[in-house]
Design a protein around this ligand. Sequence first.
Ligand SMILES: NC(=O)c1ccc[n+]([C@@H]2O[C@H](COP(=O)([O-])OP(=O)(O)OC[C@H]3O[C@@H](n4cnc5c(N)ncnc54)[C@H](O)[C@@H]3O)[C@@H](O)[C@H]2O)c1
Length: 246
Amino acid sequence: MQLSGRIALITGAGQGIGKAIALNLASYGADVAVVDVNLENAEQTAKEARTMGRKALALKVDVSNLKETEEMAEKVFKELEGIHILVNNAGITKDGLILRMTEDDWDRVIDVNLKGAFNCTKSILKYMSKMRWGRIVNIASVVGVMGNAGQANYAASKAGLIGLTKSIAREFAGRNITCNAVAPGFIETAMTNALTDKIKEDLLKQIPLGRFGGPNDVAMGVLFLASNASSYITGQVLNINGGMVM
Ligand SMILES: NC(=O)c1ccc[n+]([C@@H]2O[C@H](COP(=O)([O-])OP(=O)(O)OC[C@H]3O[C@@H](n4cnc5c(N)ncnc54)[C@H](O)[C@@H]3O)[C@@H](O)[C@H]2O)c1
């Protein structure tokens, strides 16, 4: 799963799962473009990748804005001299039962989680096609497979991401570009820290492996799907959830 000579762009890589993915890909040899709305955090991740001897570029981008993602793709291709791997990881939640969910809460979650992946994928594909080798990994969620009360917007965005994954996989298979999704279960990050102890206790009972995941559990799955080791796998959803859904 060596990635020397590969260039990877990871969105939402300023913290949490995205940061773990970026640093794991860097530790296996990839140069990285660290993209986030929070530039300070993105710069910190890039700094850590540079200490491993990698080239790393930090960029402030809102993935829901196509113009910004187009500029991002052009800049990364020019400055890192290529682009082989895209990880669409940036994501947000705005939870609420559907009768109380506002139109803004619906729109913003779809805009970042689903349209953001469309924007980044569309923006990088013309450059990735030139490389004659590509890997796209979309970070979905167990909730996109199961649904979840109180997360209609989030679940719809993640289920949409799975449909996007399979369509891109079919469109670009002929160019030696694979596209897969990873569906994490409950992973300990800032996003899940917000849940109450009672919800966490109930969730734990549904996980056969008896623990919550860490960002590195997801990062290792992404590494596999971003490497040569997965060259015959496309259009799939890899569940990383401790057995929560089988
Ligand atoms: N934590 C979990 O249990 C879990 C489970 C399943 C899926 N996921 C998914 O994994 C991904 C990462 O989640 P996390 O737990 O690390 O969350 P996090 O909130 O810790 O990190 C998300 C990152 O995305 C960035 N971001 C937010 N909006 C953005 C935008 N418009 N443009 C660019 N960057 C933006 C944030 O600044 C932040 O750095 C998300 O897509 C999330 O839905 C998380």
